[in-house]
Design a protein around this ligand. Structure first.
Ligand SMILES: N[C@H](CCC[C@H](N)C(=O)O)C(=O)O
Length: 327
């Protein structure tokens, strides 16, 4: 039983894209064919989606690009497209490599818009996410997407404490590789702990990020985004250790917005900016543009490209069951 997919990426943050209709017919065929072992996990779409994501996002043995140079993905985008007259509407569900569902994904949303434009010809796309509906506009090979208003409120991030974390050190990090680092906690659709450093290239992210990612200060966990000013001072370099990927990604859209929002809150924007100018934030995978205006939603802009298409086993029971059992 296989399911068609397309591989997209936004500045190297890459996703397997599956149309919900294709997934649902694979699920119902699988159940009716009696392939299912009869357990709820085997045919329940949610559990099966998690198992599908675990297997095909794996960086060692997951989906391979044409040259098999790179395996896996930063998540699976399950999409449902409704076409209007000159706009399109897409319901987006991002299942991450650990099987978790993320409330929002900035680069994923931009890839969703490119996918919808490729299918419908529309250039304005409304994307329904668990974090709310976000409007995207496709402009050539770039996509700009509204990202809502960043929030530092403890209830929004969310935080365990009553006070916002603004350039704050966490006692619980003492004795860990993250000891002494200051974090600024902001929700840009998902939680981010932003850490400004002198040079992001000097960070041992796999050692320093996990103590913050799992800190008790963040009851829902958090993504960990490091930022340093570019040499010319006009923008920021960015590196993000992502919750749900449990590792560094080549780009993170909500992370780029978090850098701009935290820089604005800490009066670190270039030339004392108010945030309504486009700010370049540069993760390893490519440049992103961000605005964080005083009176409206943040916006994220950058490339979103289709790389290749194919078919993947949806319910290869020998492999999926194993993955499902790990839950
Ligand atoms: N890992 C994130 C979701 C994906 C965010 C990132 N890929 C982006 O482009 O915003 C989380 O679980 O909060």
């Amino acid at each position: 039983m296989s399911v068609p997919f397309e591989k997209y990426d936004g500045a190297g943050n890459d996703f397997v894209v599956v149309d919900d209709e294709d997934w649902d017919s694979a699920v119902s065929e699988h159940a009716s064919d009696g392939d299912a072992d009869g357990s709820a996990e085997d045919t329940s779409p949610t559990a099966s989606r998690a198992a599908f994501a675990r297997i095909h996002c794996d960086r060692e043995v997951g989906v391979a690009d044409d040259g098999a140079a790179r395996h896996g993905a930063d998540g699976v985008l399950f999409l449902s497209l409704a076409e209007g007259s000159d706009t399109a509407e897409v319901t987006m569900t991002l299942v991450q490599p650990d099987g978790s569902i993320a409330e929002m994904c900035g680069n994923g949303a931009r890839c969703v818009a490119a996918w919808a434009a490729d299918r419908s010809g529309a250039t304005t796309i409304d994307i329904d996410t668990p974090a709310g509906t976000r409007r995207a506009v496709v402009e050539g090979d770039e996509v700009a997407v509204e990202m809502g208003e960043p929030s530092f409120a403890p209830a929004d991030v969310p935080l365990a404490g009553e006070e916002p974390l603004i350039d704050a050190t966490l006692d619980e990090l003492d004795g860990t590789p993250a000891a002494g680092l200051s974090v600024t906690a902001v929700n840009t659709g998902v939680p981010h702990a932003v850490v400004f450093v002198d040079d992001v290239d000097e960070i041992d992210i796999d050692a320093v990020a996990p103590p913050i990612r799992h800190a008790e200060a963040f009851p829902a966990g958090t993504n960990v985004t490091f930022a340093s000013r570019t040499v010319d001072g006009a923008g920021f370099r960015q590196r993000t250790f992502e919750r749900g990927v449990e590792g560094e990604t080549r780009a993170c859209g909500t992370g780029a917005v978090a850098v701009a929002a935290a820089a604005k809150r800490l009066a670190r924007l270039p030339d004392g900016g108010r945030g309504d100018e486009w700010l370049t934030v540069s993760p390893p995978g490519g440049d992103l543009g961000v605005t964080v205006p005083p009176d409206g939603p943040a916006r994220l802009r950058g490339p979103a490209e289709k790389r290749f298409a194919g078919e993947l086993p949806a319910f290869d029971d020998d492999r999926i069951d194993g993955a499902g059992d790990e839950q």
